[in-house]
Design a protein around this ligand. Sequence first.
Ligand SMILES: Nc1ncnc2c1ncn2[C@@H]1O[C@H](COP(=O)(O)OP(=O)(O)OP(=O)(O)O)[C@@H](O)[C@H]1O
Ligand SMILES: [Mg+2]
Length: 333
Amino acid sequence: MDTGADDIERAAEAALRPRRLADFVGQEVVRDQLSLVLDAAKARDTPPDHVLLSGPPGLGKTTLAMIIAAEVEGALRLTSGPAIQHAGDLAAILSSLQDRDVLFIDEIHRLARPAEEMLYLAMEDFRVDVVVGKGPGATSIPLSLPPFTVVGATTRAGLLPAPLRDRFGFTGHLEFYSPEELERVLHRSAGLLGATLHEDAAHELASRSRGTPRIANRLLRRVQDFAQVRGTGVLDLAAAHGALDVFEVDRLGLDRLDRAVLHALCARFGGGPVGLTTLAVSVGEEPETVETVAEPFLVREGLVVRTPRGRMATAAAYEHLGMERPGDATLFG
Ligand SMILES: Nc1ncnc2c1ncn2[C@@H]1O[C@H](COP(=O)(O)OP(=O)(O)OP(=O)(O)O)[C@@H](O)[C@H]1O
Ligand SMILES: [Mg+2]
């Protein structure tokens, strides 16, 4: 579903993206590791090793890929696992790479197997075999590639086959942000939007953003809307509360999907254990969406636990929904 609203959303996101590592808030560990990798490459005057970035949506994978390209002063080439239907598509991209290009492959866990194999040859030996012709007459011409860097992003590092994972010299795991870090993101973004964000409003928004800068920035824009249309124009606590109410963001920052998952788990499946697919179907979503978008934060907040037999709701989940918890028998059954 590609709508105008999506484009507006993307443009708004792009405007708030930090361009340099120094502007990238939080993620101390990954930032430190990455700056070491980049500085070492600079010192050696070689392109940096291939980088894999993993973590839930909206934590800064694409942003970091762009920062890497900016820091190495290479051109950024963007593609994604689903966009590469055939190995030939990847061959075309690879054979057009220039010295020091950064090839960003989003959702790299969704690459087709033949493309995956071609990619790890290219990553290791800087070589690609271009097949010319079809059928028995087809010949494969080895083509050597200039030094380049692959930056892969995935919400599911566990799904990457080991041979591909091993070709990355560095893997950065992005973690959810602390409320303090999100406050910094919010103040920075407000500055870029030319607005002044009150401290208490920033504090409130940070605690309702599910540890995710993308969500923090979205809420900020909704607060700006609210302040403009129904408030005093100032991004104060009243505007923050007003927007949070209108957009149904609850005390923990859970949105509609999070609450639907939690509610189904507690009400329909008696707290579980229930399989991911069953749970996803009951809220009308793809299992991958539930697993990558809603679940990581629910698990981190201690509302849901993953067990070998499926997902289970915790006592905190019932409490959050204001529901009676079923008898202990279901929990230990
Ligand atoms: N560390 C950060 N500091 C400031 N802003 C950030 C940071 N990380 C992310 N953002 C903001 O959050 C938005 C989303 O980040 P980004 O697109 O990089 O997420 P992602 O991890 O690629 O998500 P997805 O998995 O959905 O592709 C960006 O527009 C950026 O403005
Ligand atoms: Mg991204």
